[in-house]
Design a protein around this ligand. Structure first.
Ligand code: AMP
Ligand code: MG
Length: 187
């Protein structure tokens, strides 16, 4: 069938997560929790965005965001205090994703995949993404035969694109990754 092979799925599901964090060793990486899910669906053929989803998530382990985290992401304490639980956020994400059953989960790097794995295990939540994940950073690195992975901002500017919105906000990161899809996938 046209356009439905794993290499050219009918849709791409680009996800970027933000999570609790610190820069002073206050808690270990393994205790980071998702606080924002930003997701954009891009059409497989045109790579143009066709729909998006954004939600804040209430963390349960380190409930007070660090100054560092608020400054990095722009996410405020009130945003997470009034947010839904991880399980509820995943229910809403899954409902939204059901509109695009042929979408393949992808992200810039492996971080977002690993963070979802951690949070789904911790909350005993069903895995909603199937068994396929495309690491767009790896694709980009291979396509341009780079010796080392590049930060996303650097990759954008190398291709004469400027970041739109606020870096380290999940939904803005996801939108900008979609803008890079034609470059990453070589179209
Ligand atoms: P990003 O998608 O690059 O905005 O990063 C996702 C998450 O990784 C952020 O919400 C933070 O939890 C964490 N993170 C990103 N950059 C840093 C950093 N320099 N130091 C500590 N944590 C970070
Ligand atoms: Mg981000």
């Amino acid at each position: 069938m046209e356009n439905t092979s794993p290499e050219s799925p009918g849709h791409w599901l680009v996800i970027d997560l933000e999570a609790t964090c610190c820069n002073d060793g206050q808690f270990p990486r393994e205790e980071m929790e998702i606080i924002e899910i930003g997701a954009v669906i891009a059409e497989g053929k045109t790579l143009q965005p066709v729909d998006e989803f954004q939600i804040f998530v209430r963390p349960v382990r380190h409930t007070a965001l660090t100054d560092f985290c608020r400054e990095l992401t722009g996410i405020q304490q009130a945003d997470v205090d009034s947010a839904v639980s991880f399980s509820e956020a995943m229910r809403r994400l899954t409902d939204w994703m059901a509109g695009f059953p042929d979408a393949v989960f992808c992200s810039w790097g492996a971080y977002d995949l690993r963070q979802f794995e951690r949070d789904c295990a911790f909350h005993d939540t069903t895995w909603p993404f199937g068994d396929r994940h495309v690491n767009l950073k790896k694709r980009y690195t291979e396509r341009f035969s780079l010796k080392r992975g590049e930060g996303f901002g650097h990759a954008l500017s190398k291709h004469n694109l400027t970041f739109e919105g606020r870096p380290h906000r999940g939904i803005d990161d996801a939108r900008n990754i979609v803008r890079m899809l034609p470059i990453i996938l070589g179209r």
